[in-house]
Design a protein. Structure first.
Length: 191
């Protein structure tokens, strides 16, 4: 016969103490071996009236692939900027994301000496294709450009059922000169 226990947590004012309480109904099911119980004092999940709370990583260790907090990132430096032509959507960089829920963000910079009209940056799952303005596409106006101009694409959530390539797409409209783009594309697993 196997005895089922639930975890009881008591706040003594100087810290939390855990104890095993025998139960006959389904609760938090743990082995009777206390070494398999989560250690609430050192970072395990903590039961509350509203469910469980989970502490963040207490070290600077990166979460492993497949775990919440996993980070995928790529950059293109200004010295390796990708040339763009007037009005054409161009892939600046890409990352491969596995199935799951991801928050993706980007920084896009345009450089060159040009007379500009506009610049847009987009997070897209379709190669060389911009997204929807105000959603996964940000657009700014350009004037005469002699120094790099940057834009930030805030966090955009992707729910992926299979491994997918995600692109940072740039589109620069200009009348004179030449342009190239660089920046960063990153994603954090949130589900």
């Amino acid at each position: 016969m196997t005895t089922t226990y639930i975890v009881g947590v008591t706040d003594t004012g100087s810290g939390q103490e855990q104890s095993l309480i025998p139960c006959s109904t389904n609760g938090f099911l743990f082995s009777t071996n206390t070494s398999t119980l989560p250690n609430f004092a050192t970072g395990g999940p903590l039961p509350t009236a509203n469910g469980m709370t989970y502490p963040g990583n207490l070290t600077n260790t990166t979460p492993a692939a497949g775990f919440l907090g996993e980070r995928i990132k790529t950059t293109v430096a200004s010295g390796s900027a990708v040339s763009v032509t007037n009005g054409n959507s161009t892939n600046i960089m890409s990352i491969s994301l596995t199935a799951g829920i991801w928050d993706v963000s980007a920084i896009l910079a345009v450089q060159g000496i040009l007379t500009g009209i506009s610049m847009s940056g987009s997070i897209s799952t379709t190669s060389a294709t911009g997204g929807t303005s105000g959603d996964n596409l940000v657009q700014v106006g350009l004037l005469n450009l002699s120094a790099a101009q940057m834009l930030t694409i805030p966090s955009y959530r992707l729910s992926l059922s299979t491994t997918t390539t995600v692109y940072l797409v740039a589109n620069v409209g200009f009348t004179l000169g030449s342009a190239s783009c660089y920046g960063r594309l990153g994603a954090t697993r949130v589900g």
